[in-house]
Design a protein around this ligand. Structure first.
Ligand SMILES: *[C@@H]1O[C@H](CO)[C@@H](O)[C@H](O)[C@H]1NC(C)=O
Ligand SMILES: *[C@@H]1O[C@H](CO)[C@@H](O)[C@H](O)[C@H]1NC(C)=O
Length: 167
Protein backbone atom coordinates (compact mmCIF):
# COMPACT_ATOMS: atom_id res chain seq x y z
CA UNK A 1 0.00 0.00 0.00
CA UNK A 2 2.72 2.34 1.03
CA UNK A 3 4.69 1.43 -2.05
CA UNK A 4 1.68 1.94 -4.32
CA UNK A 5 1.00 5.43 -2.96
CA UNK A 6 4.65 6.29 -3.21
CA UNK A 7 4.70 5.20 -6.85
CA UNK A 8 1.51 7.09 -7.61
CA UNK A 9 2.96 10.20 -6.06
CA UNK A 10 6.15 9.83 -8.05
CA UNK A 11 4.15 9.36 -11.25
CA UNK A 12 2.12 12.51 -10.60
CA UNK A 13 5.24 14.50 -9.79
CA UNK A 14 6.82 13.35 -13.02
CA UNK A 15 3.70 14.27 -14.99
CA UNK A 16 3.65 17.76 -13.46
CA UNK A 17 7.34 18.25 -14.16
CA UNK A 18 6.84 17.16 -17.76
CA UNK A 19 3.91 19.55 -18.11
CA UNK A 20 5.94 22.41 -16.66
CA UNK A 21 8.78 21.64 -19.07
CA UNK A 22 6.36 21.69 -22.01
CA UNK A 23 4.95 25.04 -20.90
CA UNK A 24 8.40 26.57 -20.51
CA UNK A 25 9.42 25.26 -23.92
CA UNK A 26 6.20 26.66 -25.36
CA UNK A 27 6.80 30.11 -23.96
CA UNK A 28 10.41 30.13 -25.11
CA UNK A 29 9.65 29.17 -28.70
CA UNK A 30 6.80 31.68 -28.64
CA UNK A 31 9.14 34.48 -27.64
CA UNK A 32 11.47 33.51 -30.46
CA UNK A 33 8.53 33.50 -32.88
CA UNK A 34 8.56 37.07 -34.16
CA UNK A 35 5.38 38.49 -35.54
CA UNK A 36 5.24 41.22 -38.13
CA UNK A 37 1.59 42.27 -38.40
CA UNK A 38 0.51 44.85 -40.95
CA UNK A 39 -2.46 47.09 -40.27
CA UNK A 40 -4.10 49.99 -42.06
CA UNK A 41 -7.10 52.01 -40.91
CA UNK A 42 -8.66 54.76 -43.00
CA UNK A 43 -11.70 56.93 -42.45
CA UNK A 44 -13.98 56.36 -45.44
CA UNK A 45 -16.52 59.01 -44.40
CA UNK A 46 -18.54 60.51 -41.61
CA UNK A 47 -22.22 59.68 -41.83
CA UNK A 48 -23.29 62.21 -39.24
CA UNK A 49 -22.25 64.29 -36.26
CA UNK A 50 -25.02 65.33 -33.94
CA UNK A 51 -25.94 66.25 -30.43
CA UNK A 52 -27.89 63.38 -28.81
CA UNK A 53 -30.96 63.86 -26.61
CA UNK A 54 -28.62 63.36 -23.68
CA UNK A 55 -26.72 66.47 -24.84
CA UNK A 56 -23.52 64.68 -25.85
CA UNK A 57 -21.91 64.60 -29.27
CA UNK A 58 -22.28 61.45 -31.31
CA UNK A 59 -20.50 60.66 -34.58
CA UNK A 60 -21.20 57.93 -37.08
CA UNK A 61 -18.15 56.88 -39.00
CA UNK A 62 -17.26 54.41 -41.75
CA UNK A 63 -13.82 52.86 -41.50
CA UNK A 64 -11.77 50.88 -43.95
CA UNK A 65 -9.83 48.39 -41.87
CA UNK A 66 -7.25 46.09 -43.40
CA UNK A 67 -5.01 43.83 -41.40
CA UNK A 68 -2.76 40.87 -41.84
CA UNK A 69 -2.23 39.43 -38.37
CA UNK A 70 -1.39 35.92 -39.61
CA UNK A 71 2.23 36.20 -38.46
CA UNK A 72 1.02 36.59 -34.85
CA UNK A 73 -0.38 33.06 -34.97
CA UNK A 74 1.98 30.38 -33.73
CA UNK A 75 1.11 26.83 -32.71
CA UNK A 76 0.71 28.27 -29.21
CA UNK A 77 -1.93 30.86 -30.16
CA UNK A 78 -5.46 30.11 -29.07
CA UNK A 79 -7.16 33.26 -30.34
CA UNK A 80 -6.82 37.01 -30.82
CA UNK A 81 -9.14 39.63 -29.45
CA UNK A 82 -8.89 42.59 -31.82
CA UNK A 83 -10.43 46.01 -31.38
CA UNK A 84 -10.22 49.42 -33.02
CA UNK A 85 -10.61 52.51 -30.85
CA UNK A 86 -10.86 56.24 -31.42
CA UNK A 87 -8.62 58.16 -29.02
CA UNK A 88 -8.59 61.87 -28.32
CA UNK A 89 -7.92 64.35 -25.56
CA UNK A 90 -10.43 66.81 -24.12
CA UNK A 91 -10.23 69.38 -21.32
CA UNK A 92 -12.33 67.02 -19.17
CA UNK A 93 -10.40 63.80 -19.88
CA UNK A 94 -6.76 63.85 -20.92
CA UNK A 95 -7.40 60.55 -22.70
CA UNK A 96 -10.69 59.36 -24.18
CA UNK A 97 -10.78 55.91 -25.69
CA UNK A 98 -13.90 54.70 -27.48
CA UNK A 99 -14.03 51.20 -28.88
CA UNK A 100 -15.61 51.28 -32.34
CA UNK A 101 -15.33 47.70 -33.48
CA UNK A 102 -14.03 44.39 -32.20
CA UNK A 103 -13.64 40.79 -33.23
CA UNK A 104 -12.37 37.47 -31.96
CA UNK A 105 -10.11 35.68 -34.41
CA UNK A 106 -9.67 31.99 -33.80
CA UNK A 107 -7.73 30.87 -36.85
CA UNK A 108 -4.83 32.00 -38.96
CA UNK A 109 -7.11 31.94 -42.03
CA UNK A 110 -9.31 34.65 -40.50
CA UNK A 111 -6.38 36.80 -39.41
CA UNK A 112 -6.07 38.50 -42.80
CA UNK A 113 -9.06 40.67 -43.57
CA UNK A 114 -10.21 43.90 -45.16
CA UNK A 115 -13.58 45.48 -44.48
CA UNK A 116 -15.42 48.76 -44.82
CA UNK A 117 -17.71 49.08 -41.82
CA UNK A 118 -19.60 51.51 -39.65
CA UNK A 119 -18.79 51.81 -35.98
CA UNK A 120 -20.41 48.87 -34.16
CA UNK A 121 -20.37 50.74 -30.82
CA UNK A 122 -21.50 54.33 -30.29
CA UNK A 123 -18.89 57.02 -30.83
CA UNK A 124 -20.30 59.27 -28.10
CA UNK A 125 -18.34 61.98 -26.35
CA UNK A 126 -18.79 62.93 -22.69
CA UNK A 127 -19.76 66.44 -23.76
CA UNK A 128 -19.56 68.49 -26.95
CA UNK A 129 -15.94 68.21 -27.90
CA UNK A 130 -16.05 66.39 -31.22
CA UNK A 131 -16.55 69.19 -33.79
CA UNK A 132 -13.25 69.80 -35.58
CA UNK A 133 -11.37 67.79 -32.96
CA UNK A 134 -8.39 65.62 -33.94
CA UNK A 135 -8.30 61.96 -33.03
CA UNK A 136 -6.25 58.81 -33.45
CA UNK A 137 -7.41 55.39 -34.52
CA UNK A 138 -5.64 52.45 -32.92
CA UNK A 139 -5.94 48.74 -33.49
CA UNK A 140 -5.14 46.61 -30.45
CA UNK A 141 -4.68 42.86 -30.45
CA UNK A 142 -4.74 40.75 -27.31
CA UNK A 143 -3.04 37.45 -27.98
CA UNK A 144 -4.40 34.60 -25.91
CA UNK A 145 -1.91 31.74 -25.98
CA UNK A 146 -2.64 28.13 -25.13
CA UNK A 147 -0.03 27.76 -22.41
CA UNK A 148 1.54 31.10 -21.51
CA UNK A 149 0.48 34.59 -20.49
CA UNK A 150 -1.61 36.89 -22.63
CA UNK A 151 0.22 39.72 -24.36
CA UNK A 152 -0.91 42.69 -26.38
CA UNK A 153 0.17 44.75 -29.33
CA UNK A 154 -1.18 47.79 -31.13
CA UNK A 155 -0.74 50.12 -34.07
CA UNK A 156 -1.90 53.76 -34.09
CA UNK A 157 -2.83 56.08 -36.91
CA UNK A 158 -2.93 59.80 -36.28
CA UNK A 159 -4.07 63.00 -37.90
CA UNK A 160 -7.81 62.39 -38.27
CA UNK A 161 -10.35 65.14 -37.62
CA UNK A 162 -14.05 65.10 -36.81
CA UNK A 163 -16.24 67.27 -39.09
CA UNK A 164 -16.31 70.97 -38.20
CA UNK A 165 -20.06 71.18 -37.69
CA UNK A 166 -23.13 69.09 -36.93
CA UNK A 167 -24.89 67.49 -39.90
C1 LIG B 1 -10.10 50.00 -48.48
O1 LIG B 1 -8.71 49.77 -48.37
C2 LIG B 1 -8.25 48.82 -49.31
C3 LIG B 1 -6.79 48.52 -48.99
O2 LIG B 1 -6.09 49.65 -48.59
C4 LIG B 1 -8.45 49.37 -50.72
O3 LIG B 1 -8.00 48.43 -51.66
C5 LIG B 1 -9.93 49.65 -50.91
O4 LIG B 1 -10.11 50.27 -52.17
C6 LIG B 1 -10.45 50.56 -49.83
N1 LIG B 1 -11.90 50.71 -49.97
C7 LIG B 1 -12.52 51.87 -49.74
C8 LIG B 1 -13.99 51.86 -49.94
O5 LIG B 1 -11.93 52.88 -49.38
C1 LIG C 1 -2.22 60.39 -30.98
O1 LIG C 1 -1.01 59.93 -31.55
C2 LIG C 1 0.08 60.81 -31.34
C3 LIG C 1 1.26 60.26 -32.11
O2 LIG C 1 1.51 58.93 -31.76
C4 LIG C 1 0.37 60.91 -29.86
O3 LIG C 1 1.40 61.82 -29.63
C5 LIG C 1 -0.89 61.40 -29.14
O4 LIG C 1 -0.66 61.39 -27.75
C6 LIG C 1 -2.05 60.50 -29.48
N1 LIG C 1 -3.25 61.07 -28.87
C7 LIG C 1 -4.05 60.36 -28.06
C8 LIG C 1 -5.21 61.09 -27.49
O5 LIG C 1 -3.84 59.18 -27.77
Amino acid sequence: MHTFLYRLNAAISFALLALAAICIAASMTDVIHNANPSVDIKVVKFEGLRRTNGGNDEARIALNISADLTSIFSWNTKQLFVFVAAEYATPKNSWNQISLWDSIITSKDDAKFQAVLYNKYGLIDQGNNLRGHDFNLTMYWHVMPKTTMMYTGSKSFTGFNFPDSYF
